[in-house]
Ligand binder design. Structure first.
Ligand code: KG4
Ligand code: ZN
Length: 350
């Protein structure tokens, strides 16, 4: 079976083509066209511009993917498309493209939830095989953390999820993007903050400390807007010379990154303990952060002995077509040719 996966929920145009036979997986193509250069000057994603770029890029990326896969479009058996959550104008570009192609080829479509796709991409291993955990290891606690989402999800099995906590305001990645913009570090902010945080400043006289919002509260919700405001207050009280110094930028980047990591890890491990989960699954752009990856592995090993943790390779943490194609395969029983029912759902819940 050949599956086409399409992702256009935010600012990445992702197209993947997979060949799957009896759970044997071959990634024929997985291409992402990023719009970073276009959104850089706004310090965030500008939806109408993103829609225009998806419209322009999607047919080109699709053609490239077919060429790379060495297949003709009439060999595709199934189309898997992200219908939400995400930016509505962007989602419609992918949905309409998928519907037109499916009608032309007379093949069904699987509508995919973007959050579930960030989770299920973990079941593709480095050697491009499926690695589906034994059912006895469930439930799992999944942390999906990106520019648009920060959610903790209890997963009973593939297809059965319960949202146990989410951000009440900004997503973690959004907070890092805004802080990076304030410090003049560029966009996207997460990788920029990670990069500058690697510098060491021994014996610095500057002290930068930020709160860990909601870390002590007995729930699994997050709040990162307050953290962003705390950064702004600290920034405004510093003399201009300090604000512009590399030393201040490094110390602030380290502290904001660590504040985000502390809250994410604390709530994830607490929820895993409460729900008896021995499996922790990460996904979303922020999961590409090396410190978060390292520290959550160390902490879970220490605090939940025998626990297992799944984190996608970095390039599969950020948005891509492969995660959508893989989810389409897992959920192929929901495939439909009733195309009128397939619509963009910007606020789709898991
Ligand atoms: O999953 P994603 O590509 O798109 C959304 O669904 O939002 O995530 C993008 C977000 C951005 O906020 C970006 O700054 C953040 O993920 N990000 C990172 C890293 N790479 C991307 N944050 C921290 N460290 C990184 N290495
Ligand atoms: Zn995403």
């Amino acid at each position: 079976m050949i599956i086409l996966g399409i992702e256009t929920s935010c600012d990445d145009t992702g197209v993947a083509i997979l060949k799957i036979e009896n759970w044997k997986l071959e990634i024929l193509s997985n291409l992402v066209s990023s719009q970073i250069k276009i959104h850089k000057k706004y310090g965030g994603v500008f939806p109408t511009l993103a829609k225009r770029e998806h419209k322009k890029n999607l047919p080109i990326v699709f053609k490239k993917a077919l060429k790379e896969s060495k297949i003709k479009e009439n060999q595709i058996d199934l189309i898997s498309i992200t219908i939400g959550p995400g930016l509505e104008p962007c989602l419609w570009v992918g949905v309409n493209f998928a519907k037109n192609l499916a009608k032309k080829l007379d093949i069904p479509i699987v509508p995919v939830n973007h959050i579930e796709a960030h989770i299920l991409v973990n079941f593709v291993s480095k050697n491009s095989k499926f690695q589906i955990p034994n059912s006895s290891i469930f439930p799992a606690v999944c942390l999906v953390v990106s520019g648009g989402h920060t959610q903790l999800i209890l997963m009973e099995k593939i297809g059965k999820y319960q949202l146990i906590g989410e951000t009440r305001d900004d997503a973690a990645g959004e907070c890092l993007d805004k802080v990076a913009r304030l410090l003049g570090l560029g966009y996207p902010g997460g990788p920029a903050i990670e990069k500058i945080s690697k510098f060491q400043i021994p014996n610095s006289k500057l002290k930068v400390t930020l709160p860990r919002p909601m870390i002590k509260q007995k729930n699994y919700d997050f709040s990162f807007a307050g953290l962003k405001t705390a950064v702004l207050y600290d920034f405004l009280k510093r003399p201009e010379k300090v604000r512009k110094s590399k030393e201040y930028k490094i110390l602030m980047a380290k502290e904001v990154q660590q504040a985000v990591i502390d809250v994410l890890i604390s709530k994830t491990i607490k929820s895993a303990k409460e729900f008896g989960a021995n499996l922790i699954i990460l996904g979303g752009g922020v999961a590409a952060n090396e410190e978060l990856r390292k520290q959550i592995i160390e902490n879970s090993k220490f605090q939940i002995p025998n626990s297992k943790i799944l984190i996608p390779p970095k390039e599969l943490c950020t948005d891509n077509g492969l995660m959508v194609a893989v989810t389409g395969y897992f959920r192929k029983e929901t495939a439909t040719k009733n195309f009128d029912k397939i619509v963009a759902e910007p606020n789709l819940k898991i």
